[in-house]
Design a protein around this ligand. Structure first.
Ligand code: FAD
Length: 409
């Protein structure tokens, strides 16, 4: 296999890599994506937020997604011990998309990658980055193919979009511990056979465990009669049980009467998978000739389905900053990329903290909420966490604290 030269090398062809590639191609750069796996491949992260449609639009990928027949999504429903609540994302404070999709990621990610290829990105599947060197004038990478060959790649700039592979954070020693406690998730796909009239397939359903408010389940319906089902808990809660992961998941789901009744006719036909300790932090999001995108940079918690949206926002900001740099402008990656990205990440972080503290759960399940406040919260749940004109973004911690007190009263 011959050595490779490209303007921009992207590690990983998930949503952040594919969107960044398409945006950079628009400005005529030569883009090569090196992807370790072959697509379609499984990935978790199946419920999108309306905000991410804006980035798909920028990347000219919306029609491909709209035509793919994914499950339409217009909001989030919540259940806790007999109480129900729902947010319709079309009723929100921020302007922009109010609907999106719930997607099987194998198919979704493959579509995005194919769209990036159509726009001229060169994607090499089965090519894994194993070593990097940023000390020279130009970045150098060592690549190993799944056929066992090795070659060298050189670019002017490297975007790490390797998700939980976290290639540059590992190889450049950028990892720092997350402030979140270690949590674990068990999940599967089922044929749900839900025929309950009150169940809305157009919304993700988040269920809080009736006895432990720090444990929650997701139910993400797909368009083919199946859904993604998972639980998030501290590892002890799951590891203290015996049996196959799928049996353990079924046992925990059975602890919630509402979920059990919704799923009474479900066919559990797929082994469960697990992922643990997924939250992560890094020392910095960019350095000389590289930047970290999506999950390779930060991952908080799955509760608000913010991962793909943050991944695409990072792609959009990085593509823009890189284009300005290549056009000769003086750019500051901290100011121009990391700081604006962190506005939304920090907003989500406040809500994730408040979710596990219980304060945000009190807001979600409040009876007779104030409509205009509900629309501001709906905006954040729809992914508009960068809209600083929303007081629940710009002053998230203070506003949320006051609101939770009011809801409790
Ligand atoms: P990825 O989609 O992970 O893509 C990274 C790619 O890089 C992969 O294809 C991988 O093969 C490749 N790669 C890795 N290492 C190498 C290497 N050495 N060389 C070359 N290529 C490499 N997000 C949501 O938006 N909605 C949800 O409902 C949601 N639910 C979640 C539930 C759980 C339990 C968890 C843990 C996460 C969830 N997420 C969710 C987050 C979501 O999974 C991620 O944020 C999203 O996939 C990040 O996209 P990405 O492009 O950064 O990386």
């Amino acid at each position: 296999t011959k050595d490779l030269e490209s303007d921009i090398i992207i590690i990983g062809a998930g949503p952040s890599g594919a969107v960044a590639a398409a945006l950079l191609r628009k400005n005529g750069y030569q883009v090569t994506i090196l992807e370790k796996q072959h697509f379609p491949r499984f990935s978790i992260g199946e419920s999108l937020l309306p905000q991410c449609m804006e980035f798909l639009e920028e990347a000219d990928m919306v029609s491909a997604i709209e035509e793919a027949g994914f499950q339409y999504k217009n909001g989030a429903a919540f259940h806790y011990d007999g109480r129900n609540s729902a947010f319709d994302f079309r009723e929100k404070f921020s302007p922009g998309w109010g609907t999106t999709f719930q997607v099987q990621r194998a198919h979704f990610d493959h579509l995005l990658a194919k769209e990036a290829e159509k726009q001229g990105a060169d994607i090499r599947y089965g090519h894994e980055i194993t070593e990097v060197d940023f000390s020279g004038e130009r970045p150098w990478l060592k690549v190993r193919t799944d056929q066992g060959q090795e070659y060298e790649a050189r670019g002017k700039f490297v975007l790490d979009a390797s998700g939980f592979g976290r290639v540059l954070p590992r190889l450049l020693d950028l990892e720092t511990p997350s402030e979140f406690p270690v949590r674990m998730s068990l999940f599967t796909h089922i044929e749900d056979n839900i025929d309950h009239p009150g169940h809305d397939r157009d919304k993700i359903l988040i269920t809080v465990h009736p006895k432990r408010r720090d444990i929650w389940f997701w139910l993400i319906p797909f368009s083919n009669g199946r859904c993604s089902l998972g639980v998030v808990a501290k590892p002890e809660y799951i590891e203290s049980r015996e049996g196959e992961p799928l049996d353990i998941l079924r046992e925990i789901v059975a602890e919630d009467p509402n979920l059990s009744s919704l799923l009474e006719n479900a066919k559990w036909d797929t082994p469960a998978r697990e992922i643990r300790g997924y939250s992560c932090n890094v020392k910095h999001l960019a350095g000389r000739n590289y930047a970290l995108l999506g999950n390779a940079a930060e991952f908080l918690d799955p509760v608000f389905s913010s991962g793909v949206t943050i991944a695409m926002k990072s792609a959009s900001l990085a593509a823009d900053t890189l284009h300005r740099q290549f056009s000769g402008e003086a750019v500051d990656w901290q100011e121009d990329y990391a700081a604006p990205l962190m506005v939304g990440v920090d907003t989500f972080r406040t809500y994730v903290d408040a979710w596990y503290e219980g304060t945000f759960q009190d807001v979600v399940f409040a009876e007779n909420p104030n409509e205009s406040i509900k629309q501001m919260i709906s905006s954040i749940l729809a992914g508009y966490a960068w809209d600083s004109s929303n007081p629940y973004v710009s002053e998230s911690r203070r506003r949320l604290g006051t609101l939770a007190e009011l809801c409790r009263a």
